[in-house]
Write a protein that binds this ligand. Structure first.
Ligand code: F6R
Length: 606
């Protein structure tokens, strides 16, 4: 996590750094800081918390600055405080860092032995001191960086300023993303392309063995083999100025976009009523020998992958396993011949998912990314990529990202099912049509926000809540509990409905809310029995289910009848209901919904 921006040129560096950091704030908001240089002046400003705090301080500076680096932090080493905020300065070197220096303790000890004192608890300051220790040997900044990089272990993207090189910036990376941008009035650095989109038409993604050297009017790339100029590419990324369009929160705005996004996500991959991924540059031939699938992702993307497993196993009958990306390399996975590895990620920059992709490739597997953000590491480096076209997601808690991942996985399952002759063309056509029509139950569920708000009022004072379900309803329960936890800070646990009585039921007390999901008529009675088991022990029970022409009288304390006529409608109605329920709980508790504590939108450290 952490966002980096850098600029040098003839424009107003203070404004560029502040505007860039505002876009990058989703990467962390524990503290923000900037180094500004120009006309012989140097300022380092740091603030705790949101970028707006930094902006307010920057506004008080009157000078014109032509060079700057900025940082928005998600704390890893050291508390979120001014002392630990970036930029860090050690003698002649000042830097901002995204990543983790794993061997910082040994280096710190060594440097302390040479008389260097540290001001912060961070690993980043140690990297700064190490670069400075080489810079002191009177070498060029690029050589100092190269020598330091040889000693560092971990991941990093650095934007660096060296004393005596006013108007020049240096940058390098290993593991963490960093792009250069070419604008009309100078050169830029940024952790992601959206932060460059309003300034630059062209970008260059720094490779891991390269060091960038930016001047006001030129950019150079150093590699061990020599010096070159960047191979600029057109910047297609776009950033829409943050605008809640009248909604109270981005999360609510993004939930309200979901009906429209059904077509956005699916239509690029449908041709004559059938799944067709030629716009993602592949045909079924690529997968004809695939006999096993691994879906690898983190958090909500992992929960969308669980839905994907259900769809792929239902429609294509290919054995599919879902892995938490941070565990993938260590589980260890068994790669059978012809295992396809699908990496699912909204941001395309999640460190553990990237590491899993690299691991799968090194084991000889074909990799497919299901990604929202374009031109990101996963999108670039997976063998093939399907974009989910959800548009920019600004709320930290994903909603439309998760929905569009599930939709694309559904369509991909039909694509495989058709290819493997597990579905007839007619069945695939019908199901394609069906998935395109889930915008209606989605929209109808959104209209019932008021009902979900009343249900939320029955939950907000509970310290913990259980979600239960069977089959795909359990997978939806996982997402429901994560969503509730992360934005409302109510502890919620998801359980397979039949599993609760094997221990956890002992936690049920008078009034403990237990929420059951039952979208599958065949499993309805069993799930309801499990819910009743909790009711007998005092639980406050809430059931989300379909209109199965069964009497719901006395079945639970509260029932929410999902929208739609069949299982697929209800699954997608439930996706929205669980998001709105979490939203309503968080809103009623007065939580900071779009920026929950301790979180960042893009998790770029392992
Ligand atoms: C939860 C949430 C996270 C992300 C996870 C993976 O609301 O947003 O759990 O789903 O961090 O992120 P991506 O999809 O960007 O790889």
């Amino acid at each position: 996590m952490c966002g980096i921006i850098g600029y040098t040129g003839s424009g107003d560096a203070k404004k560029k750094v502040a505007d860039g950091l505002e876009i990058l704030e989703y990467r962390g908001y524990d503290s923000a800081g900037a180094l500004l240089l120009g006309n012989g002046k140097t300022e380092i400003i740091k603030t705790e918390g949101r970028v707006s705090n930094l902006k307010n301080k920057l506004d008080t500076l009157s000078s014109n600055f032509t060079t700057g680096i900025g940082h928005t932090r998600w704390a890893t080493h050291g508390a979120p405080s001014i002392k630990n905020a970036h930029p860090h300065r050690v003698c002649g070197v000042c830097l901002v860092h995204n990543g983790i220096i794993e061997n910082y303790k040994e280096i710190k000890k060594r440097l302390e032995g040479k008389g260097i004192t540290f001001q912060s608890e961070t690993d980043s300051e140690v990297a700064c001191a190490l670069i400075d220790s080489h810079f002191k040997e009177n070498v060029h900044p690029c050589v100092a960086i190269l020598m330091a990089e040889r000693e560092l272990i971990g991941s990093w993207a650095f934007a660096i300023s060296f004393d005596g090189y006013e108007g020049e910036l240096f940058a390098t990376r290993r593991g963490s993303p960093l792009h250069l941008g070419k604008g009309k009035d100078g050169f830029y650095l940024a952790s992601d392309l959206t932060a460059l989109s309003s300034f630059c038409d062209e970008f260059y993604t720094l490779h891991e063995s390269e060091i960038a050297h930016l001047f006001e009017n030129k950019a150079l790339i150093y590699t061990p083999d020599g010096t070159s100029t960047p191979d600029w590419q057109k910047n297609e990324a776009s950033y829409t100025k943050a605008d809640k369009q009248g909604y109270e929160h981005y999360m609510l705005k993004e939930i309200n976009e979901e009906p429209r996004l059904v077509r956005n996500a699916l239509l690029p991959y449908i041709n004559r009523g059938l799944p067709d991924f030629s716009s993602a540059s592949f045909s079924y031939d690529l997968f004809k020998d695939i006999s096993k699938i691994h879906l690898v992702a983190c958090g909500s993307a992992m929960h969308a992958s669980l839905l994907g497993k259900h769809f792929i196993e239902s429609y294509a009958k290919i054995p599919t396993e879902v892995f938490v990306a941070s565990e993938y390399r260590y589980s260890p996975p068994v790669f059978e011949k012809n295992t396809l590895v699908i990496l699912v990620s909204q941001s395309g920059e999640t460190a553990d998912t990237i590491a899993s992709m690299k691991y799968a490739k090194s084991c000889g597997s074909l990799t497919l990314g299901i990604i929202n953000a374009p031109s990101t590491t996963l999108a670039r480096e997976s063998d093939f990529c399907i974009y989910t076209h959800a548009g920019q997601e600004l709320a930290v808690a994903t909603t439309k990202g998760y929905l569009t991942q599930a939709l694309v996985l559904f369509l991909f399952a039909l694509f495989l099912g058709l290819g493997k002759d597990k579905l007839t063309e007619n069945e695939a056509r019908e199901l394609t049509n069906k998935i395109l029509s889930v915008d209606t139950p989605i929209l109808e569920t959104i209209k019932r926000q008021g009902e979900l708000s009343s249900l939320a009022s029955q939950l907000v004072s509970s310290p913990h809540i259980f979600y239960i379900g069977r089959g795909i309803d359990y997978y939806l329960s996982c997402e429901a509990s994560l969503k509730l936890k992360e934005i409302s800070y109510i502890n919620a646990q998801a359980y397979e409905a039949g599993e609760l009585k094997h221990g956890t039921i002992s936690l049920i007390e008078n009034g403990t809310p237990v929420i059951a999901f039952a979208t599958n008529e065949e499993l309805f009675d069993k799930t309801v029995s499990n819910l009743k088991e909790t009711k007998s022990r005092g639980a406050h029970t809430i059931l989300f289910t379909g209109d199965f022409s069964k009497s719901l009288d006395g079945i639970a304390d509260e029932c929410f009848v999902l929208e739609g006529k069949d299982k697929i409608d209800m699954i997608f109605s439930l996706v929205i209901a669980l998001q709105l329920l979490a939203y309503e709980c968080a809103n009623q508790k007065g939580c900071e919904i779009d920026r929950p504590r301790n979180l960042a939108k893009s998790v770029t450290v392992e």
